[in-house]
Design a protein around this ligand. Structure first.
Ligand SMILES: Cc1cc2nc3c(=O)[nH]c(=O)nc-3n(C[C@H](O)[C@H](O)[C@H](O)COP(=O)(O)OP(=O)(O)OC[C@H]3O[C@@H](n4cnc5c(N)ncnc54)[C@H](O)[C@@H]3O)c2cc1C
Length: 466
């Protein structure tokens, strides 16, 4: 109980879709809500690829959490990283920026920490191949993509030019496919008339995945359509390829027949695989909860941790009935968790388990082309694209962001304009600072990781669910 007003205390860890929807469900409930997030924004991850390729600004896809919560009289936001849990004492342990430890007592705890990028045990790849999970990732990718075209424009050696104009993407799930389509669209449309020494349309986009086809989770029909659309766009697809090494020169992949090939690339991007953030293991250890292979926490049908009816896990962080890691699951579990607490404190608990209403999934391939799967309904091409547009306008948080996104899309779709291309001159491609680094004559001179034999790992790219 809160000592000042006798109200129950609800702590929510994470202000993504699940955490925010839980806070919304509790907005008028007689509880004190403390939402702890290590970032001060609520990120709309599905549009990260548009931020990284210059269509949307970071502000349009990541409104400030404080602004979103300003009308919640019972909620406070704390910027801190949760690091541990005292389950018996009902306290969450967190670290505020600059390192001081904080503790938060709770009567109910909602875990909504999402997932982070996984490099399948090869975190050293992250240096060369940024993932796509945070605003920092999107801005790094923006810098590397637009930076690569600039580096190619001023290069005099044809080998160096072709190095910068080769983009490699690991993971052919929705994010990898969306990014691949955007890169070719950038090269053939937005940038096509802006350079004097290079032809941006010559940019090669290579897409690698350990599976047999892109967008495999959408089923064979839509997956085949996606593959055809990507081919028409000029995306080179290397399916059945396991990435064995990534370094400053590009990446090495092993094909199904065991052959290992090195692909020279000036920009490598990683969209394969997710794993739970470290806090999930701390929560599991403190409560005795089990975790699946990716670290998600196994929960009861009412989202509670076994033997801990006061702790619920929501969103991407849960392992329950193979629910996919998609925004709709996060929103629905967040609402369910908030409502369950409301019912519990008013003595109206109905004991109903969580039921997921599957509203389908969508992936954007290029302008006018998307795939949408809703139950038995499978849409692709132009109709799929319209559906994609309506879904994303509907789900963006806040009227201002919706209006801003529609205007930016209008410019991008009708006039090939991408207004959010600004990038800083650090970390362009693999170069820490373009004005202090000695540039290589070709990509082959770059690595600190030598381009030698592959490490022979089992890094299996897999697609993001949904
Ligand atoms: C690039 C990309 C594209 C996607 N596209 C789609 C799509 O088209 N359709 C779809 O339905 N889904 C899509 N998804 C999936 C969807 O975004 C996720 O399912 C959804 O964001 C999960 O919500 P969540 O609240 O569980 O986690 P998140 O949105 O990841 O939020 C977790 C929050 O917890 C915070 N956090 C984590 N650890 C701590 C800690 N220790 N202490 C404090 N705070 C912490 C994080 O800062 C974050 O704010 C996409 C995901 C990505 C990455």
């Amino acid at each position: 109980m809160n000592e000042r007003d006798g109200q129950r205390r609800v702590v929510i860890i994470g202000g993504g879709f699940a955490g925010l929807f839980a806070a919304r469900a509790l907005r008028r409930a007689p509880v004190r809500v403390t939402l702890i997030d290590r970032a001060e924004y609520h990120l709309f991850q599905p549009l990260l690829y548009q931020c990284s390729t210059g269509i949307l600004s970071e502000g349009k896809i990541a409104p400030a959490l404080r602004e979103l919560l300003r009308k919640h009289k019972n909620a406070e936001l704390v910027l801190a990283e949760v690091t541990g849990l005292d389950a018996a004492g009902r306290r969450v342990v967190a670290t505020r920026p600059l390192g001081q430890q904080l503790e938060f007592a709770y009567d109910y705890l909602i875990v909504a920490t999402g997932m982070q990028q996984s490099y399948f045990g090869h975190d050293e790849f992250a240096r060369w191949a940024p993932g796509m999970k945070t605003i920092e990732d999107a801005l790094t990718i923006r810098r590397r993509v637009f930076g690569a075209f600039e580096m190619a424009e001023s290069a005099t050696d044809p080998a160096e030019r072709s190095h910068w104009l080769t983009f490699a993407l690991v993971g052919a799930g929705p994010t990898g496919v969306e990014l691949a389509g955007q890169l070719r669209e950038l090269a053939t449309k937005t940038l096509s008339r802006e350079y004097h020494h290079i032809q941006p349309k010559d940019a090669r986009v290579l897409l690698f995945d350990g599976g047999n086809a892109p967008l495999a989770t959408f089923g064979p029909e839509l997956s085949a359509k996606a593959a055809t659309t990507l081919t028409k766009l000029g995306v080179e697809q290397y399916m059945g390829s396991i990435v064995t090494d990534v370094d400053g020169t590009g990446l090495s992949v092993r094909a199904k027949d065991g052959t290992v090939t090195h692909h020279d690339a000036g920009c490598v991007l990683w969209t394969a695989g997710v794993e739970a953030p470290p806090v999930a293991a701390a929560i599991a250890a403190a409560t005795g909860a089990k975790q699946d292979r990716a670290g998600r926490i196994l929960v009861n049908a009412d989202l509670t941790i076994p033997d801990h009816p006061e702790i619920m896990v929501t969103g991407d962080a849960i392992s329950l009935n193979k629910l996919p890691g998609v925004a709709e699951v996060a929103m629905q579990t967040g609402l369910y968790a908030g409502n369950r607490i409301k019912h519990d404190i008013t003595g109206r608990s109905n004991g109903k388990p969580f039921r997921y209403r599957d509203l389908g999934s969508a992936a954007y391939i290029s302008r006018g082309k998307a795939v949408v799967s809703v139950g038995r309904l499978h849409l692709s091409g132009f109709i799929g694209w319209w559906m994609w547009l309506f879904i994303h306008i509907g789900f963006l948080t806040g009227f201002r962001n919706r209006l801003g996104a529609v205007l930016s899309w209008w410019l991008a779709f009708t006039r090939d304009l991408r207004r959010e291309r600004v990038f800083t001159t650090r970390e362009v491609g693999f170069v820490p600072d373009i004005y202090t680094a000695r540039l290589p004559a070709t990509g082959t001179e770059l690595p600190s990781n030598p381009r030698t034999e592959p490490s022979g790992t089992n890094a299996e790219p897999s697609s993001r669910p949904g």
